[in-house]
Ligand binder design. Structure first.
Ligand SMILES: [Mg+2]
Length: 125
């Protein structure tokens, strides 16, 4: 069975790009336009991995990861942070917040699937 990936991203173009890359690599893709919907979808579908945009209105990626990591069930889901504005210390901040990995946009369409695969096969610590 194909692994399920949930993209939480407010920008449509970025969602389209993720959909293209991930479906090409054989994953089932779910999509949410905002953090609240994303959390609801995570609960309903229990994806193997979430690709979480940091810059979103109302509920940003850091608020979403906090909710996920504080939830007994959702905390098990792997989450990759995807961000446009990388600043010094952001990576550390993201890993501290509970993200499994951190990538900056524009994403590299060649190396990104490798990272996804890597995170999916990481053993939970
Ligand atoms: Mg955004």
């Amino acid at each position: 069975m194909a692994e399920k990936i949930l993209v939480i991203e407010d920008n449509e173009q970025n969602r389209v790009l993720m959909r293209q890359i991930m479906t090409r690599h054989g994953y089932d893709l779910l999509e949410a336009k905002d953090g609240l919907t994303g959390i609801e979808m995570a609960r309903a579908h229990m994806p193997d991995l979430i690709l979480l945009d940091i810059q979103m209105p109302v509920m940003n990626g850091f608020m979403v990861i906090r909710e996920l990591r504080n939830d007994v069930v959702l905390r098990k889901i792997k989450v990759i942070a995807v961000t446009s504005f990388a600043m010094k210390g952001d990576r550390e901040k993201a890993l501290e917040a509970g993200f499994d990995a951190y990538v900056t946009k524009p994403i590299d369409t060649r190396t990104f699937p490798e990272l996804v695969k890597q995170v999916l096969t990481q053993v939970q610590t």
